[in-house]
Design a binder for this molecule. Structure first.
Ligand SMILES: O=P(O)(O)OC[C@@H](O)[C@H]1O[C@@H](OP(=O)(O)O)[C@@H](O)[C@@H](O)[C@@H]1O
Ligand SMILES: [Mg+2]
Ligand SMILES: [Zn+2]
Length: 187
């Protein structure tokens, strides 16, 4: 039996790309500075890269599942081209506050741990050696509930670390990239 790999779980909006609000068009998808450096550092340490994202814009009718998939396919190609291939991308299309089939109280919308638990199982990942990077308290909570060992918050809001119960806080993704390069923090 092969050994489970550790992972770097990445929130999407706010960590991979600038959160302009329910982004679904390629032309609105702006990579956050430093994200590829962080991902290459993780790959160099043997971590699989997995994106975990709430996409309630689908349930809300702001964009379609096909729109989401088109952007995701393009994003995956950009990661490949940056020598940081993604092992998986998991999304929650639901929102409990809307009508329709996707208007459910699901187990995958963060802070619920469902997407992480699915990725851990399907990709045979080791939560105890994994790291999650998110920009919201709900990302940190999902990571903790899934048993991810280290849950890091990127936030420029003072006081967020205590509220979010994060294991570390970074002012920006490029701040994290610089600290990794300097050896001040490691995967
Ligand atoms: O950060 P991740 O999980 O990758 O994705 C978040 C997005 O789905 C959107 O989530 C929304 O929150 P609500 O889903 O409406 O609560 C808002 O925060 C939007 O600005 C944001 O674009
Ligand atoms: Mg986010
Ligand atoms: Zn869901």
């Amino acid at each position: 039996m092969s050994e489970r790999m550790p992972a770097l779980f990445l929130d999407r909006d706010g960590i991979v790309n600038v959160d302009h609000g329910y982004v679904y068009r390629i032309e609105d998808f702006e990579f956050v500075p430093g994200i590829f450096e962080v991902c290459r550092a993780a790959r160099a340490r043997g971590l699989a890269l997995v994106v975990i994202t709430n996409q309630s814009g689908i349930a809300r009718g702001y964009f379609s599942a096909a729109d989401y998939q088109r952007l995701t396919t393009w994003m995956q190609a950009r990661f490949e081209a940056a020598a940081a291939p993604l092992a998986g991308v998991y999304h929650c299309p639901h929102h409990p506050g809307v009508s329709g089939a996707l208007g459910i109280d699901c187990d995958c919308r963060k802070p619920a741990p469902g997407l992480l638990l699915r990725a851990l199982e399907e990709l045979q990942l080791d939560a105890a050696r994994s790291v999650l990077v998110g920009d919201k308290a709900r990302d940190i909570e999902a990571g903790r509930r899934a048993g991810v060992a280290r849950n890091w918050l990127v936030s420029d809001e003072a006081g967020q670390i205590a509220t979010a119960q994060a294991d570390a806080v970074f002012a920006s993704v490029s701040d994290l990239a610089h600290r990794l390069a300097a050896g001040a923090v490691s995967f």
